[in-house]
Design a protein around this ligand. Structure first.
Ligand code: NDP
Length: 293
């Protein structure tokens, strides 16, 4: 069994970002990312801090905007308008989920598609469906695809089963993997909570992707011998043996399936590492596109 770790692949992406940076800097440009955090959700705060730290580490311009959970829709939209108009900002990410009183769709639609480095604006999702390379693909699915490519795992003609159909992960990854580009040309099945006989559907996968949101949900029954498993899930579960009292696990029961896999991503240390890397890559590309490089 081969462990597909995110860190070394993310490093490859960061090296590409730095090379691109050098070129941008020489032409007098600095990529800038604004991350908007609304409220006090601890997981969201941790994600935003990690994104901000990585931007700074790479030498990018980073702006972290923290707003109280009580912010009104109009105030949040005005903040997005301000960032849309700011020439130093090339990428805008609004950390999800937003508090329930806010209209998430309207917020996403307000972001200038050319700055939508999270790839969730309808224009970018349309470009993803149309395989128009000028769009931005959502970071987590793009990261999954990149992991497969960098690990030398052939996807063309393979049966890929994705469990989960969210726009953020499953549905977008399905579009990427059925596309005609690198890491594509797969025969893709998307399973969800209404799928009948999930275990047998999943066992048909050469490449099984778990994006369910239920800790260790997919077990040995779901994985055929020799399959590649990409575990997108990030779930915090109680663990009395840890000082923190908890630990992170994926949507796959790693211990139960690892031995039968050809390759598998760990949690933590797998897909999660790629999400931020692809965000940085999208931001650098947004900057290049803005300045015409
Ligand atoms: P969502 O809750 O939006 O989607 C979950 C999907 O799983 C839905 O399509 C749902 O089906 C399906 N599902 C739920 N229960 C079952 C079931 N019993 N059998 C089959 N399918 C089921 O989650 P996300 O897509 O946002 O996230 C999925 C996982 O990925 C989570 O663990 C999340 O934490 C993680 N994640 C990790 C990221 C990273 O950077 N590594 C980034 C984003 C997410 P239905 O549509 O029918 O309800």
């Amino acid at each position: 069994m081969k462990l597909i770790e995110g860190a070394p692949i993310a490093e490859t992406v960061y090296r590409e970002c730095l090379a691109s940076f050098a070129e941008l800097k020489a032409a007098g440009h600095l990529p800038g990312l604004a991350v908007v955090l609304v409220g006090e959700d601890p997981a969201s705060k941790a994600y935003v801090a990690a994104k901000d730290a990585k931007c700074r580490e790479l030498g990018m311009h980073s702006v972290k905007i923290e707003k109280p959970a009580s912010i009104s829709q109009a105030e949040l939209l005005a903040e997005i308008d301000r960032l849309n108009a700011d020439p130093a900002i090339h990428g805008i990410l609004v950390q999800m989920p937003l508090p329930a009183h806010l209209d998430t769709d309207e917020v996403i639609r307000r972001i200038d598609p050319a700055k939508d480095v999270d790839g969730l604006h309808p224009v970018n999702l349309g470009k993803l469906a149309m395989e128009d390379p000028s769009g931005f693909a959502p970071c987590t699915p793009a990261g999954c695809q990149r992991m497969l490519v960098e690990s030398g795992i052939e996807t063309a003609g393979k049966n890929v089963v994705i469990v989960g159909r969210s726009l953020l992960v499953g549905k977008s990854l399905a579009l990427l993997m059925m596309g005609k580009g690198r890491g594509g040309n797969a025969t893709v099945t998307v399973a969800h909570s209404r799928t009948r006989g999930l275990a047998s559907v999943a066992r048909g996968a050469d490449i099984l992707v778990a994006a369910v949101g239920i800790p260790r949900y997919l077990g040995a029954d779901h994985v055929r011998e020799g399959a590649v498993v990409i575990d997108v899930g990030i779930n915090r579960i109680a663990d009395a043996s840890r000082k923190s009292g908890s630990r992170l696990v994926g949507d796959v029961d790693f211990d139960a399936v690892a031995e039968r896999c050809e390759a598998i991503t760990p949690v933590p240390g797998g897909v999660g590492k790629m999400t931020i890397a692809m965000l940085m890559a999208n931001t650098v590309r947004a900057c290049r596109m803005r300045v015409g490089l």
